[in-house]
Write a protein that binds this ligand. Structure first.
Ligand SMILES: CC(=O)SCCNC(=O)CCNC(=O)[C@H](O)C(C)(C)COP(=O)(O)OP(=O)(O)OC[C@H]1O[C@@H](n2cnc3c(N)ncnc32)[C@H](O)[C@@H]1OP(=O)(O)O
Ligand SMILES: N[C@@H](CCO)C(=O)O
Length: 488
């Protein structure tokens, strides 16, 4: 296995006990979530990156399940040591979406009330529901902020939904080949796919789990969708008008052209890995996705706090660049911090899975340009000027701190006490805080790059910097361990 791989990985499962409220008004009981993680969560739990998968993806984003696996996870080119989602620095997490069929509760799961598969009795779900399930998962893992949320296509929708639903939790977000509002054309293609499924007699009103699944309908749905994931140019490049067999037309109804055979193969293999009812539900969630509010996307995105990177693909005609530009415009109206990049590619929509060189480059630059405000600890324990050394020692002991900022009535920094100062005070039998605290404190400002803070720490052989705003108001603290993990 290559050194740049996360290696052998396993899917984990978590059950959200009890009733889970869905946006559509229904509830689901004891939702199970399939997820995988790569890399290590740091002690401050500040380096987690949530990867959201696209329509037919799953939790297996990187590595292999065994040494015999032919293919690695679907974003193995992007996740791993030294890659954009660098598992030496970040704790990367990916879960299968609600309504999916790869381990998370969906229509093929057993309804605890009936003991039978939900089928079409599964409630309609939304992007909001998928994200709320992911929120429960990160709560379970003890993660309170996400260093980044990243996703392509439907994964980009979940990323945007995260930024809107939990603005204070997401520091950075990368939205690739996606949209903030599903367009009529996207809904139309999804509807043709759904129609192919429900028109298949084997669909049987969604109740097919004891019999033959609707493979013809599902295969046709995938064939239609797959055309939208390619581009005219990539089809010319891949197949042109080349024939599958022989050198002359057969003049019959068999798959004469390579492109026909290819699509048939894509459709057929899809039926082996995806559930038809899941396809209905997940495409519906995509169709309902609309982050505008009162007819305005700027209004819908106004609470976003994350630094955003929006990426589109030049040849993507399904989620064409105008969708991405609309997201950027919506964010720019309210002066959000957003950058936009176009990936030059002829692959079409699926380029987000294929153009790993460009995607790695763009995401790496975005994630590593990290400011102190992106990673500092905001809830800082402090003491007021004039308290006793015993009181300071007690706070440090209870909060497990090595550095304790001293502030005045207005929350402005006037000094710092370290555990070393406390030991010194005990040794020298000193009882006044004023005599041991450092008044000339080295600080950082929130809009400095973390590299600058790292250099200051190293130069002065210290291990933490209070972060101050105007008039030295204390707004956070940053320590060397956290910084060194993020900058490598
Ligand atoms: C988050 C997520 O989105 S996860 C879901 C992503 N994965 C998928 O969508 C799986 C479906 N596959 C795809 O969408 C695409 O294949 C991609 C984007 C993953 C990869 O694209 P590419 O590397 O360009 O592969 P391509 O589209 O050419 O397909 C190659 C397959 O078609 C087969 N194929 C190629 N030409 C023909 C043909 N004329 N007749 C029959 N089969 C053919 C190849 O043998 C190969 O089969 P294999 O996958 O079993 O090895
Ligand atoms: N190939 C991707 C495209 C959808 O965005 C998938 O199947 O999920």
């Amino acid at each position: 296995m290559s050194e740049r791989s996360v290696g052998i990985v396993a899917t984990n499962y978590h059950t959200i006990e009890g009733e889970f409220q869905l946006e559509g008004g229904h509830t689901l009981k004891n939702i199970r979530v399939a997820y995988e993680t790569y890399g290590n969560l740091n002690k401050e739990k500040s380096n987690a990156i949530l990867v959201c998968h696209a329509l037919t993806g799953d939790a297996h984003a990187a590595g292999r399940h065994s040494g015999d696996d032919i293919k690695p996870g679907w974003w193995d080119d992007i996740i791993g040591p030294g890659k954009a989602l660098d598992t030496d620095r970040y704790f990367v997490l990916c879960s299968n979406v609600l309504g999916g069929c790869k381990g998370t509760t969906g229509p093929a799961s057993l309804d605890p009330d009936t003991g039978r598969q939900y089928g079409i009795t599964f409630p309609v779900i939304t992007m909001g529901d998928m994200v709320n399930v992911q929120k429960k998962l990160i709560d379970y893992l003890g993660i309170t902020t996400l260093f980044a949320v990243v996703g392509g296509s439907m994964g980009g929708m979940q990323t945007l939904q995260w930024c809107v639903a939990y603005p204070e939790l997401v520091k950075k977000a990368v939205v690739i080949a996606s949209t903030a509002i599903s367009s009529p054309q996207q809904i139309a293609f999804n509807e043709v796919g759904r129609n192919a499924i429900i028109s298949d007699p084997d669909w049987n009103g969604g109740d097919y789990y004891d019999g033959e699944p609707p493979v013809n309908g599902l295969s046709t749905a995938r064939m239609i969708a797959h055309i939208t994931y390619l581009s005219d140019a990539s089809m010319h490049e891949k197949f042109g008008r080349k024939l599958q067999q022989g050198e002359s037309y057969k003049f019959d109804m068999s798959n004469d052209f390579q492109v026909e055979s290819y699509l048939k193969y894509q459709g057929d293999t899809f039926t082996g890995r995806f559930d038809a009812n899941s396809y209905l539900y997940v495409t519906k969630a995509v169709d309902y996705f609309d982050l505008s509010k009162n007819g305005s996307l700027a209004e819908g995105l106004k609470d976003v706090q994350a630094k955003m990177l929006v990426i589109s693909i030049t040849s993507d005609w399904l989620y064409s660049p105008y969708h991405s530009r609309k997201i950027v415009e919506g964010l720019t109206v309210k002066e959000h911090d957003v950058s936009y990049r176009e990936i030059e590619s002829s692959y079409g929509h699926d380029a987000f899975l294929l153009e790993s060189g460009q995607i790695n480059y763009v995401i790496h630059n975005f994630l590593t340009h990290t400011l102190i405000s992106d990673v500092m600890t905001e809830k800082v324990a402090t003491i007021k000027e004039g308290v006793s050394i015993e009181k300071a020692a007690k706070v440090m002991f209870e909060e497990g701190l090595t550095h304790l900022p001293v502030v005045n009535e207005n929350g402005c920094l006037i000094g710092i006490v370290t555990s070393w100062d406390i030991s010194k005070a005990v040794a020298l039998k000193c009882s006044k805080l004023e005599n041991i605290m450092t008044r000339d404190v080295l600080t950082a400002s929130p809009d400095e790059p973390i590299v600058a803070a790292a250099k200051r720490l190293e130069r002065h052989s210290i291990s933490a910097l209070p972060v101050v705003g105007e008039k030295k108001r204390l707004i956070g603290i940053i320590d060397s361990e956290d910084i060194s993990r993020l900058i490598g």
